[in-house]
Design a protein around this ligand. Structure first.
Ligand code: C2E
Ligand code: MG
Ligand code: MG
Ligand code: MG
Length: 278
């Protein structure tokens, strides 16, 4: 009996593994033509300046509508794009689209909002990356100081020296660098102290736990203080409740981002959002 169940469980695992494999192979294949077929689009989520209540900028978040499988989360397809190298053209498409959108938005609203673009370690390690950034800025007409690149600590796993070189080349262009998902990775003070990082994005896991236990409050307050000591701006991610926002204000947090203010929006929703604000 036990033996039989063991066998059928094995068969089940085997078939679900097979299904996963088939799905990722299907996605990999479809990814190759997804740009050409215009299956990608961007969502934009506002980042709010805590002191003024104004919009500091937007984070661009990629979306994929697969013709048969429907919406695929970036959490599922980005790593496939990374392992195949497809992230290079996909990432270039994201940056171009996001920069152009920001130029439009700033013109229409008469403002100087920042666009934050997520960058994969695979992309940034590509020799051509800084040149691609410069060309994109030129083509879109976006001023370099309005472009912010969000990178994660994974970039530093391989070589800190290489990371410093890349950072220096990018900073020379005049753009901003931001460390995303802070607190989930290898967070080392050495990275923070020795890299020209402008903005620290505190991961939403810290926000989720903020009001649950006193020690989380101290932790959040300490991270913000540390960032300010290192002359970095702080964005806290994943703010979903007024109470979290109120608490963050008392910690001198600079910017907030989260569902409490707005979900990521498509371009139509973005238009409505600005009309409502007027
Ligand atoms: P991320 O860069 O840390 O982006 C924040 C994620 O949190 C987004 O998920 C956003 O929709 C979600 N979020 C925002 N506010 C809240 C909130 O209040 N509560 C909760 N629970 N979630 C919130 P999304 O859009 O599914 O993206 C997931 C991840 O995929 C991103 O994490 C980023 O690592 C990656 N990603 C997205 N777009 C791109 C891209 O264009 N290029 C690259 N390389 N990665 C991307
Ligand atoms: Mg991000
Ligand atoms: Mg993040
Ligand atoms: Mg993330």
């Amino acid at each position: 009996m036990a033996k039989q169940r063991g066998k059928s469980q094995y068969a089940f695992f085997e078939s679900s593994m097979k299904m996963n494999l088939i799905r990722s192979m299907t996605l990999e294949n479809s990814l190759r033509s997804a740009i050409k077929n215009e299956e990608f689009y961007l969502h934009y989520q506002p980042q709010i300046d805590v002191r003024t209540g104004l919009i500091r900028g937007f984070e661009a978040l990629i979306r994929w509508e697969h013709p048969q499988l429907g919406k695929i989360s970036p959490l599922e397809f980005i790593h496939i794009a990374e392992s195949t190298g497809l992230i290079v053209p996909i990432g270039a498409w994201v940056m171009e689209t996001a920069c152009k959108k920001m130029v439009d938005l700033n013109r229409v609203t008469g403002s100087n909002m920042i666009i934050s673009v997520n960058i994969s370690p695979v992309q940034i390690s590509n020799e051509q990356f800084p040149a691609m950034v410069e060309e994109t800025l030129k083509r879109s007409g976006l001023s370099p100081n309005l472009l912010e690149l969000e990178i994660t600590e994974n970039l530093f796993i391989n070589s800190f020296e290489v990371a410093i070189k890349i950072f220096d080349r990018l900073k020379a262009i005049g753009i901003k660098m931001s460390l995303d998902d802070f607190g989930t990775g290898y967070s080392s003070l050495a990275y923070l102290k020795n890299l020209p990082i402008d903005t620290l994005k505190i991961d939403q896991a810290f926000t989720r736990d903020l009001l649950i236990h006193k020690s989380n409050e101290h932790l959040m307050e300490s991270i913000i203080l540390m960032a300010h000591t290192l002359e970095m701006d702080v964005i806290v991610e994943g703010v979903e409740e007024l109470e979290q926002f109120d608490r963050l204000k008392t910690y001198q947090c600079d910017h907030v981002q989260g569902y409490y203010f707005s979900r990521p929006m498509d371009t139509n929703q973005l238009e409505d959002y600005f009309i409502k604000m007027k």
